[in-house]
Design a protein around this ligand. Structure first.
Ligand SMILES: Nc1nc2c(ncn2[C@@H]2O[C@H](COP(=O)(O)OP(=O)(O)O)[C@@H](O)[C@H]2O)c(=O)[nH]1
Ligand SMILES: [Mg+2]
Length: 366
């Protein structure tokens, strides 16, 4: 699972990327765009892991991960460029979701491409760029289908006509500024869309990149922004990329101390990662034991047999049963022996839909 970071130049994309992935990609107020995108991995914070570690005392703990790609900026600013094209578009199309960084920090030493800071304007303008990229593809496809229809054999005619009608409607709505993810699609339309990788169909996390001085009001602001911008498939987080990056660069103990001094509540960083995980429709199940406590990532509605395949294809192939206990029951019991005594370990078959937080032991035979 991969999340593409987009946003206008100097909105703080690379800064946010560094914070999320604890990386050290180049940031600078004036640098020309680097040619290569930055790739990084974030560990998904999950307080349940610590509780499982206290119970099982494993040698290793492995959290879930999300991958991020930070795209090199378009030098002139998207508003003045030819939009998202070429290699940049290809890479972006392959991602599973977008993280849209919007500049809301003042910082006079970093000139804004538009001359002043206006996050709403930037958000709309980047969203339009994403829509333009989709529109260009839709237009080409609709036009092509139109001309193919003229010479189509009778046997192909109906299918092409239907595709033409569906895509033309999607195009029309997108032209009226309705992103594809918000459009009401028939089952046939949704199926058809699987052949494309439209940008406005991807879930999106808006990161409102606030200045250091606004951090104390972050939660309040986020609530307000959520009312304004959140939709199905769109979430909002307000955080200060620069501060989060500086904290992410610190030693673990030092970071914890600083965060404590900043007050209670979840950190911006942890919220950002958690929200992007949830936005992708991802959940975690756990495997436990003296060697390792590990969080595994699966899409919701995954059957047990496929979850097993995440761990090893042999376990999927030789699947017999899954021994399952919910996280809450596990935490309450304090040991697998106690859980067994209380009858809280369930035996589930191949088709059981794994739930978020399930602690699972797979029984298999190869
Ligand atoms: N004051 C402040 N500066 C920031 C913040 N986020 C990014 N910057 C600065 O803005 C400049 C551009 O950031 P960068 O991450 O390279 O932007 P990108 O072009 O979108 O990748 C850098 O000098 C950052 O230090 C922030 O939250 N507060
Ligand atoms: Mg950058």
């Amino acid at each position: 699972m991969e999340i593409g970071i987009v946003g206008l130049p100097k909105s703080g994309k690379t800064t946010v990327f560094n914070a999320l992935s604890r990386g050290s990609a180049d940031i600078s107020p004036f640098s020309a765009s680097t040619a290569k995108p930055n790739l990084g991995v974030a560990k998904v914070p999950d307080p349940r892991l610590k509780i499982l570690v206290d119970i099982f005392n494993p040698r290793r703990t492995v959290p879930a991960e999300v991958r991020y790609i930070d795209f090199p900026g378009t030098p002139e600013g998207l508003t003045r460029s030819q939009g998202i094209t070429g290699e940049f578009l290809n890479l972006l199309q392959r991602t599973d979701a977008l993280l849209h960084v919007v500049r809301a920090f003042p910082n006079p030493s970093v000139p804004h491409v538009e001359g002043n800071v206006d996050p709403h304007r930037d958000l709309v303008s980047m969203d339009m760029e994403l829509a333009f990229a989709d529109l260009a593809i839709l237009e080409r496809r609709v036009e092509r289908l139109g001309s193919e229809l003229k010479s189509a054999k009778a046997s192909e005619r109906e299918a092409k006509q239907r595709e033409h009608a569906i895509l033309d409607r999607i195009k029309g709505e997108l032209g009226r500024e309705m992103p594809i993810r918000e459009q009401q699609l028939s089952a046939e339309g949704a199926k058809l869309l699987e052949n494309f990788q439209f940008l406005t169909a991807k879930p999106m996390l808006i990161v409102w990149n606030i200045g250091e001085e606004d951090v104390p009001q972050a939660a309040e602001l986020e609530e307000k922004l959520r009312g304004q911008y959140a939709r199905p498939g769109v979430e909002v987080a307000a955080l200060c990329g620069k501060l989060e990056m500086e904290l992410a660069e610190m030693e673990e103990g030092e970071e914890a101390e600083f965060r404590k001094a900043m007050g209670p509540g979840e950190s911006g960083l942890s919220r950002g990662i958690r929200l992007s995980y949830a936005l992708l429709g991802l959940i975690s199940f756990f495997t436990v034991g003296p060697d390792e406590v590990k969080a595994w990532t699966i899409p919701c509605n995954t059957p047990a047999v496929r979850a097993a395949g995440k761990i090893h294809s042999d376990i999927e192939r030789g699947f017999i049963r899954a021994e399952v206990i919910s996280f809450d029951d596990m935490a309450r019991c304090g040991s697998l022996a106690e859980a067994r005594k209380k009858g809280l370990l369930r035996l589930e078959g191949k088709t059981y839909q794994v739930q978020d937080g399930d602690v699972i032991t797979f029984l298999f035979n190869v």
